[in-house]
Every structure is written in C-alpha cells, then in structure tokens.
Design a protein. Structure first.
Length: 245
C-alpha cells in the first residue's frame, strides 16, 4: 500500500503537542463553523454532518459544536472563518500542502511563512506544488471494541473496491481507505455497517508524486519541519509527498 503507516508512526512521535485537547477542539470548531456557513441544519448539509461526526469522534463537547454552528450561521457574531491553502518545499526536496482555517489571513500568512523559513523550507506558490497531489476521500476507522460483529479487512476488500476504494492500508487495528472525491461517504457508511468506528472521514490531499526518505536523519528533519508548521493554531492539516521507507 501507500506508506501512510510509516509516516503516521513518525508523525505521532514528533507532533505530540498537536494532540493537545485544546488544539483538537479548536480545529474541529473551525471546520464546523465553515461548514455551517452553507446551512446550520446537518440533515440538509452533508459537509456539516461530516464535520460534526469527526468532532464527536474526537470527543468534542456538544456545547462547543453548537457554538461553532451558531457562529457559522451568523447567530453569534464574530469574524468570518475562511479556508486558505498554502504550499512549501522542505528538506530533501519534499513538498507540502498546508490547509489553514482562519479569521485573519494576514496573521496566518505571516506565521506560516515564518515557520517554514525558520526551519529551512521555502514558501512557494500553491500551483507549483498542488500538481504533485490529488484531492481524495480518506476514511480512517478501527473495529468497535468488544464487538464480534465487525468483518475482517480481507473479507471486506472486494466490497470496498466496489464502493470505490483505491487504496486500503491496515496498520495494527487502524484501517485507512482512500477513494476518489465522490465515494468516501459510501466507504464510511459501509464500514459503519460492519461495526467499524470512524476516526475521521473527508477530503485530503494525497501525494501522486512521492519522495522516498530512507535516511533516519533526513526523516527526523522532515518530521521536525512538519511539526513546526502544525504548531500554529490556524493550521488545520499538513500533507506531504514524503514517503518513509
């Protein structure tokens, strides 16, 4: 498969701070707020429904979710949240797509650019990097604990492919399925019906052109570079074409 798991292991070690509860809750609140700008009724707004589901998977309190929806619909006043995408080149010729959620574009641009330059990277035009990536659906799930109803990945593989799976990656008990833009909801619902807990689901940038990283020292530099960018509160996701081997 595509090497997600090796990067995941390094990323977990190098970005422990990013897992702090406050950062996670803030990110989900921003995603919900942006989704709610297209309507506050989750039954009529699939993007909002997904954002809420992902927030609940990370134990975001209902009060936080409701407040974010009200901010998105304008019921609570405040600066309008926006999505912005930046790009960078980093150690060993690796490329990065940086997704941000912000109510102040000037602040975010300055902070992201500073983090990139300070850690040996180069801020660049998005078009020079985006061609290396494809927008894909990505569903991350694991079997429901204490349930005998879930089906093994091997048993589900053909059906997952029928539902649009392009890549199936199993790391310990965590399953990552990559699809095209249209089919990730089908995969998500299929896994739910087979007693899998959805850890996250939605659209991501997946590298089509990858850079192999085989040296441990270089891998550390790449992980440090990515962690420095992710530390900013306005940064939602960082995607790289680094592939650790």
């Amino acid at each position: 498969m595509s090497g997600h798991s090796k990067w995941h292991n390094i990323r977990v070690k190098k970005t422990a701070a990013d897992s702090a509860r406050g950062k996670v809750f803030t990110r989900h609140a921003k995603l919900i707020e942006i989704a709610a700008q297209r309507g506050g009724d989750a039954s009529m707004n699939p993007s909002l429904r997904t954002a809420i589901d992902n927030a609940k998977a990370d134990s975001v309190p209902n009060a936080n979710i409701e407040r974010a929806i009200k901010k998105g619909t304008g019921e609570l006043k405040g600066e309008r949240m926006e999505e912005i995408t930046y790009a960078a080149m980093g150690p060993a010729g690796t490329a990065y797509v940086i997704e941000c959620l912000t109510d102040n574009k000037n602040r975010t641009l300055s902070n992201v650019r500073t983090a990139i330059n300070k850690h040996g990277g180069a801020f660049t035009d998005s078009s020079s990097v985006l061609w290396m990536f494809a927008r894909k659906g990505v569903v991350v799930a694991k079997p429901v604990e204490k349930s005998d109803a879930h089906v093994s990945v091997e048993e589900m593989e053909l059906e997952l492919i029928d539902f649009g799976a392009e890549d199936i990656d199993l790391e310990e008990d965590t399953l990552t399925v990559t699809t095209d833009l249209a089919n990730w909801t089908k995969v998500r619902d299929f896994l739910k019906s087979n007693s899998y807990e959805i850890l996250s689901a939605g659209l991501q940038f997946v590298a089509a052109q990858k850079v192999a990283i085989t040296d441990a020292a270089v891998a550390e530099k790449v992980a440090d570079f990515m962690a420095a960018i992710e530390e900013d509160d306005d940064v939602s996701e960082v995607f790289t074409n680094a592939e650790f081997r």
